[in-house]
Design a binder for this molecule. Structure first.
Ligand code: GLU
Length: 466
């Protein structure tokens, strides 16, 4: 049997961390089993679904590199299919038209509540409604079994049972003809051949209704796997209060997709005490059996640690591609005016926590220096600094090859000659190159600035500090 999983977000907002974890687990399981991963947009709630949410979800999935084999399907484009199944069910007698007025249903509910009962439809229209004319408004209800239990063995939560007497004949088509959520999910999962439903545990209570629908349609029930929720650092449900929760906000904040994926996979899944997993490794090792039962806690420090790890260890070009996005985001549109981004990554990956920070620090390689950090100037520009800058200019303009080792050596020699520490040579030059007193080794910094521009910047600093 080929494993088919899906991710089925409702596009009512951005893709948050919880949704991304669900997507990742579904994707990983499909990839682990060499199965298929389906993307489905559950946009039947017309009032709450928006195009911008759809775009944000798709962008996030693409950024995380969670590619689908099928879809995206849109529920709003499948209304004919839902109607077809509803008609089949009406004919088969597994669903029925209900003409009860809102008032009747409301009165029933109030009465049940008064008696301390769980409100549920009483099946009034189940059998005979011959007295109704075809133009009267009606909803379609599912004929839920009245006795027995609905049971399933959840891959995470274990055996779960519901009494059918607890469930009611829920509406599958509203009076305006639109199908309802639980019904669409089942028709979709069936049509798309879903074998494993992996989703958040907020859907456990929908599962018995869905299982009864599968059975009524004579279909095989998929395997269910309900993931425990994610909690914030303080043990409460993860929300905006805990900082960034949208996947794209993590991108904005300068995290690498590899770091976020690695972080997410550990939220509710483990493999011994291993913390670092490449995507390939996740695919190889991921099983549903190893998903943890308890809620997982979000820990920003760990995400930062993983981000630092991946900035240092991923191929430079890969990190550079993400850095380019940040530079452009920060208004540097013409990247040809600066060094290769992979060289920036090499020089800065140990010095930054995020790519956003790296891009901020790298601005000086693409834009002219228009000011100098006053604290840096106060600390490092002293009597004699201008002379040292002048001497550096002379030495450096004679350098045969412009590489960081040659630059460093020439400046060390100069420091010796002038009988000053390297700081007195390097720091004014750093200010000249970057406008700040902080940058990688001075040789690397000047390499990134480039020969011609570096010499010009020294001249500019001489004029500014004289
Ligand atoms: N659309 C649902 C949600 O976003 C998911 C439904 C499902 O996975 O069955 O919560």
């Amino acid at each position: 049997m080929q494993v088919v999983t899906r991710f089925a977000p409702s596009p009512t907002g951005y893709l948050h961390v919880g949704g991304a974890r669900t997507a990742l687990f579904s994707w990983l399981y499909a990839r682990h089993c060499q199965g298929k991963f389906v993307m489905r947009i559950e946009d039947t709630d017309l009032e709450r679904s928006t195009q911008s949410a759809i775009d944000a979800i798709i962008d996030s999935m693409q950024w995380l590199n969670l590619s689908w084999d099928d879809g995206p399907y849109y529920q709003t484009k499948r209304f004919d299919r839902y109607r077809e199944v509803i008609n089949q069910m009406l004919e088969a007698g597994t669903a029925y038209k209900c003409y009860c007025t809102k008032e009747r249903v409301e009165a029933l509910r109030e009465e049940q509540m008064k008696q301390g009962l769980k409100p549920r439809y009483d099946g009034h229209c189940r059998e005979d409604h011959s007295e109704h004319s075809p133009d009267e408004p009606y909803v379609v209800r599912f004929k839920n079994p009245t006795t027995g239990v609905v049971a399933f063995d959840d891959m995470v939560k274990g055996h779960i049972e519901f009494q059918n007497s607890e469930l009611d004949d829920f509406i599958i088509q509203r009076s305006d003809g639109t199908p309802t959520y639980n019904f669409c999910v089942v028709v979709d999962d069936l049509d798309m051949g879903i074998t494993h439903v992996i989703r958040g545990d907020d859907h456990v209570n929908n599962t018995p209704k869905q299982i009864n629908l599968y059975k009524a349609l004579g279909a095989k029930v998929p395997v269910f796997c309900h993931l425990a929720m994610i909690l914030g650092d303080d043990g409460t449900k993860l929300s905006k209060r805990h900082g960034a929760v949208s996947v794209m906000q993590y991108r904005e904040d300068g995290y690498l997709p590899e770091a976020l994926l690695n972080y997410l996979v550990r939220l509710g899944w483990s493999h011994g005490d291993q913390e670092i997993f490449s995507v390939q490794e996740m695919i190889e090792l991921f099983t549903l059996e190893a998903i943890t039962k308890s809620a997982s806690g979000f820990n920003t420090k760990k995400l930062d640690w993983l981000n630092a790890h991946y900035m240092k260890t991923l191929p430079r070009e890969q990190v550079a591609a993400e850095l380019e996005w940040h530079l452009q985001r920060q208004g540097i549109t013409d990247l040809s005016t600066g060094p290769k981004c992979a060289d920036i990554v090499a020089a800065y990956c140990e010095r930054c926590h995020t790519l956003k920070e790296m891009a901020e620090k790298a601005r000086c390689y693409f834009e002219e220096i228009t000011s100098y950090d006053p604290a840096g100037v106060k600390k490092w520009i002293k009597e004699g600094s201008v002379d040292i800058l002048k001497a550096s200019l002379e030495v450096l303009s004679k350098l045969e090859s412009w590489n960081s080792q040659a630059i460093d050596e020439a400046l060390e020699q100069l420091a010796k000659q002038k009988e000053v520490g390297m700081g007195k040579v390097g720091q004014p030059l750093r200010l000249a190159m970057t406008g700040t007193a902080m940058s990688p080794g001075i040789g690397d910094t000047m390499m990134l600035v480039g020969r011609e521009r570096a010499l010009k910047r020294i001249e500019q600093a001489i004029a500014a500090f004289a």
